[in-house]
Design a protein around this ligand. Structure first.
Ligand code: MG
Length: 175
C-alpha cells in the first residue's frame, strides 16, 4: 500500500458527536474505537462536553459498542471512560495497531464494520488503516492546542489537502 493511503481517512466529521446511529448505519459502521483527547474531551479536561455525553448516551441506547483507545495516561483514560460508561483498551502507543486489536477483542465486533475515530492523521487514522478498519477523521473539540500539536496540525493540513486533491479523502466533513 502506498504510504499516502495509510494516512487517508475514509470519512470526515465535524466532531465525533456528529456520528449519530443513523449516520453510522448509512456508512455500514456498527462499532467504534474512540480517541480521547480532542475527540471525547478537550485537552487536560476530564469531563466531556454536553454534546459528547448526549451522543454517547445515544450510542448506548442504540446498542452500538464503543471502546476508548488513547495514548494518554491510564488514570485519565479510565476517568473519562468510566464517566461515559465505556470500556477502554490498554496497549502500545498509536500508531501501533496493538491497542486497536485489543479494543476489537474487548467489543468482539467485526473489523470491517468497526471504525477508528480520532482527530489526528498520524496516530488515529494511521493506526486504523494499519489494522485495515474504516477510519473517521474528526475536527478537534478545542482549537487551543500546544505548540507541538500546532506544528503537527500544519503538516496534517498539507497532507490532507494532497489526499483530497488525489481523491483519497473526503474534501470536507460529511456530517
Ligand atoms: Mg486526539
Amino acid at each position: 500500500m502506498p504510504l499516502w493511503r495509510l494516512v487517508a481517512p475514509r470519512h470526515r466529521a465535524a466532531g465525533a458527536y456528529r456520528l449519530s446511529p443513523s449516520v453510522l448505519g448509512a456508512w455500514g459502521i456498527e462499532a467504534l474505537m474512540l480517541d480521547l483527547d480532542n475527540t471525547l474531551v478537550a485537552w487536560n479536561e476530564t469531563i466531556p462536553p454536553p454534546q459528547v455525553r448526549a451522543w454517547v448516551e445515544d450510542l448506548h441506547q442504540a446498542r452500538i459498542p464503543a471502546c476508548v483507545v488513547s495514548n494518554n495516561l491510564t488514570y485519565r483514560v479510565r476517568a473519562v471512560a468510566e464517566l461515559l460508561a465505556l470500556p477502554f483498551a490498554h496497549g502500545r502507543f498509536k500508531p501501533s495497531a496493538a491497542k486497536l486489536r485489543r479494543a476489537l477483542a474487548v467489543m468482539g465486533t467485526a473489523p470491517e464494520r468497526t471504525a477508528m475515530v480520532g482527530d489526528q492523521l498520524f496516530t488515529d487514522v494511521l493506526a486504523g488503516n494499519r489494522l485495515g478498519v474504516p477510519t473517521v477523521l474528526v475536527a478537534p473539540l478545542d482549537p487551543h492546542e500546544s505548540f507541538r500539536i500546532r506544528m503537527v496540525r500544519a503538516l496534517e493540513r498539507r497532507v490532507l489537502a494532497a489526499l483530497v486533491k488525489r481523491g483519497l479523502a473526503p474534501a470536507a466533513p460529511e456530517v
